[in-house]
Design a protein around this ligand. Sequence first.
Ligand code: HEM
Length: 445
Amino acid sequence: MPDTSLRDQLGGVFSMRSDQVAFLSRMIDTHGDIVKIRVLGIKMIMLNNPDFFERVLVRNHENYDKNTFLFRAVEPILRGGLIGNVGGEPWRRQRRIMQPSFHRPKVAGFAENMTDETSRMLRRWDREYESGDVVNVSTELGQLAMRIVFRSLFGADVGSRGDAIEEMFLEANQIVGAFFRFPFPPLSWPTRPHRRLNWIIRTMDGFVSDVIRKRVASEEDHGDLLTALMNAVDEETGTGMTPLQLHREVLNIIIGGYETTSNSVAWLIYLIGQHPEVQARLHAEVDSVLGGRVPTFDDVPRLQYTRMIVDETLRLYTPAWQTMRRAIEEDEMGGYRIPAQSDIYLNMFTLHRHPDFWPSPHTFDPERFTPEQIANRPRHAYIPFASGPRNCIGKHFALTELTLILAMIAQAYRVEIPDDRRSVEIEPLITMHPKGGIHTRMARR
Ligand code: HEM
C-alpha cells in the first residue's frame, strides 16, 4: 500500500498543525485513493474513493467500529452517546430507541420551530440593521441554529441561558478543534484550555440535568424531542433509556445538530452572495413557490433549486468533514490488504472534491444536483451525512432546516459579499468553519 515518505512524516507534524486539509490533499494527490498516513506515531489508512467509503460504511459495516483514537480522544465529551458510541449491540439498541424520534412526521413537527426562530431573527435584522449594512452572519446564524436545536429539544425550557450556552459551545469547539489538529497533550491533561473545557462540560451537564429533572417531575408531554426521547422504548425489549443515557444523548444531539447546521448556513449565504446568478434563480423560486408567505414543511419538496444550492454547499464545505473507523478483522480494498485493527481515516472534504467525480471540483455549481447529474455519479461520491446504518440520525432535520432558513433569508434579503470579504479561508475544526466568519452586505428586497 502507498505510504507517506519519511520527509512527509516529519513535515506532517508541522503541516497537520498549520494546514491539515492541504497536507491530506497532498498525500492523496501524490499517492492515490488509498494511502498510509503516519504522523507523530499515529498510523492510519486514508481512503478517498466512493467504493472504499461504501465498503467501510455499508457493504462491510459490521467489520468497522468507532474504537479509534479520534473517538477515544473525545470520549470525555461524547461519553457513550450515539455519535461516539463504539458500535455493536449497545449502539444498535440506542439507535433503535432514538430513530423514531427523527422520522419524517417528527421532523415535520419541528419545522415550525425552524421558521418561527428564523422569522424572529429576520425581524431583529430589520430593526437592528440599515439596508446595505455589512453583517457578520456567522454569529447571527450560530445563534439561530442553537435556538432551533434547543427549542426542538426542550420546547420553552431553554430560557435566557441559551446565549451563554452558545458562547460556551463555541469556546469548547475551539479547544477541541485545536486538539484535533495536534492531538497532544491528551484532553485529560490539566492544561489551561483543557481545564476550561472541563468547566464548560460541567456547566452544560448542570443545564441538561436541570431540564431533565424538571421534566421527570412534571410528567407533562411538552411535544418536544426531549419528551419523545424520554418516552421512547426499544421495540425489541420494551425498555427505554436510563436518565444517564438520556442525558448523554441530549448532549450528543446538541453537539451533532448545532455547529454543523450553523456553519452550513453561513457557507450558504457566502456562496449565494458570491454568485448573483444563482441568487437570482433562488429568489425567483422562493417568490413563485411561497408568494411571500412563511414556508411550511410541505413546501420543502417544492423548493427544488433551493435544495440544490444546499446540496452543493454541503459538498464544497462539508461540515462533518472527517471521521474514523477501526477494521475489526482483516479486509481488502482496491487490491490492498487492510490489516485487522487498522485505523481507517475517512475525509469527506477531499472525497467531495475528487476530480474523477466532480469536474472543476472547487467551483460552486448547484447544477451538479439535478436528478440526471446525481444519477450519473456513484452514490458514495457524495456523503455529507455519511452512509449506511451509522449515517446521521438528524439528516432530515438538517436538510429541512437548511432549506427553510435559506428560503426565508432569500425571501427577505439580497446578500452581497463586499470585495474585501470575498476571500474566506476554511478553518477545519470539529466542523468546517469559515475563518473569521462570513461578512455580507444585506439589502432588503
Ligand atoms: C448539515 C448538518 C449535519 C451534517 C453535515 C451531519 C453529519 C453527520 C455525519 C457525517 C455523521 C456520521 C459521523 C460518523 O460516522 O462519525 C453524523 C452522525 C450523527 N449526527 Fe449529524 N449532521 C448534521 C446535522 C445533525 C443534526 C441536526 C442532528 C440532531 C438533531 C445530528 C445528530 C447526529 C447524531 C446523533 C449522529 C450519530 C448517529 C449514529 O452514530 O448512529 N446531526 N452526522
